[in-house]
Design a protein around this ligand. Structure first.
Ligand code: KG4
Ligand code: ZN
Length: 328
């Protein structure tokens, strides 16, 4: 059984279920940190022909997959569970016999960098959540206590990657495609706007950047795709890194974290890492496989909620779009 066998009964094992976007996932996590299983069934191929997630297709597919994904996660973990955390799903019949807690999808993303061995003691931190649906900068004071510093006023950062990839005729999802092209491009080739970078707020805007790319492509039929990708990516990274680091410095918070699909981006990780070193900040990044939607982050956060006795709510219904509640 490995090194944990010394005190197996003290580990609280929580099953997490995640079905809010285009991944159907179930995971078992011990004590909010040890991933015992994490099954992710991606629908990316299903949605690819449409260049984005089709909600009706997604929910039908979740229903078809969810039972077998949960069964697989329980089988892989090879252990009974003590509680359940569920995101954006209700009527989970099997919940009746175990403590059960509803988990906010964005709060789970925010928690995901703490899964990699670090603990909740890392808080307070300034936390950037950058996904396909959200761009949120939050001051995480403690688990469950957050202040939203800013968010996007239009498109999410991941949405901008996906839309620009579409303009360039690249595949879906766009982020990884743009990153690949950008590797051989010149990030200084085209001067795209850094919207709101110096406006004094912690908000973001990416739709103007996307429009600039569109105009540039129309005006310059002979463009280099790698140069466009590298220059676009650099503009997004400049704004994300600039705002998160400024927030940490201004709020005098020593730890910065980033999560969500866009935080997989290597250029983003490299630039954020360098700026954190320059400012003496500790940086926590989620493991790449925990950046995109997964149930391990749900189970891990559910452990903390269950431990604190957050009451079960069987009428649970969480819209994926509600985001974190500001908690001032
Ligand atoms: O967190 P996530 O899986 O889904 C949401 O909850 O929205 O994030 C998906 C987003 C997509 O927009 C995708 O293009 C973007 O993350 N993404 C990336 C990279 N990998 C995924 N963006 C930039 N660079 C990447 N390497
Ligand atoms: Zn997500």
């Amino acid at each position: 059984m490995g090194p944990r066998s010394a005190a197996p009964r003290t580990i609280v094992k929580v099953l997490g279920v995640e079905t809010s976007c285009d991944e159907t996932s179930a995971a078992v996590v011990g004590d909010g940190r040890d991933i015992l299983s994490n099954v992710v069934s991606s629908q990316v191929a299903l949605h690819r022909p449409y260049g984005g997630v089709v909600p009706e297709l997604a929910s039908r597919n979740h229903l078809q997959l969810i039972d077998s994904v949960i069964e697989q996660a329980l089988a892989d973990a090879r252990t009974p569970i003590d509680g359940i955390g569920v995101n954006a799903a209700k009527g989970v019949a099997f919940a009746a016999s175990k403590p059960f807690v509803g988990i906010n999808h964005m709060e789970a993303h925010l928690y995901s960098p703490l899964l990699a061995g670090a603990t909740a003691n890392a808080l307070p931190m300034v936390s950037l959540i950058v996904s396909g649906g959200h761009t949120i900068l939050a001051h995480a004071v403690a688990i469950g206590k957050y202040k939203i510093l800013g968010q996007t006023v239009d498109d999410a950062a991941g949405e901008a990657f996906d839309k620009v990839a579409k303009l360039l005729g690249l595949g879906y999802p766009g982020g990884p495609e743009i990153e690949r092209q950008a590797e051989v491009g010149d990030a200084t080739a085209i001067e795209f706007p850094r919207s709101m970078l110096h406006d004094g707020t912690y908000n973001f805007s990416f739709s103007g950047l996307k429009t600039s790319v569109l105009y540039f492509l129309r005006k310059t039929p002979q463009h280099s795709v790698p140069d466009v990708c590298a220059s676009f990516q650099e503009a997004v990274v400049d704004v994300l890194v600039g705002k998160v680091v400024r927030a940490a410095v201004e709020l005098e918070v020593g730890t910065v974290s980033a999560s969500g699909g866009v935080s997989i981006n290597r250029r983003f990780r490299e630039r954020l890492g360098a700026e954190c070193v320059r400012h003496g900040l500790q940086l926590l990044l989620a493991l790449p496989k925990l950046c995109t939607d997964n149930a391990a982050m749900i189970a891990a956060l559910a452990y903390h909620k269950l431990r604190r006795g957050v009451p079960a709510d069987y009428s649970l219904e969480i819209a994926p779009s509600i985001g974190l509640e500001a908690n001032s």
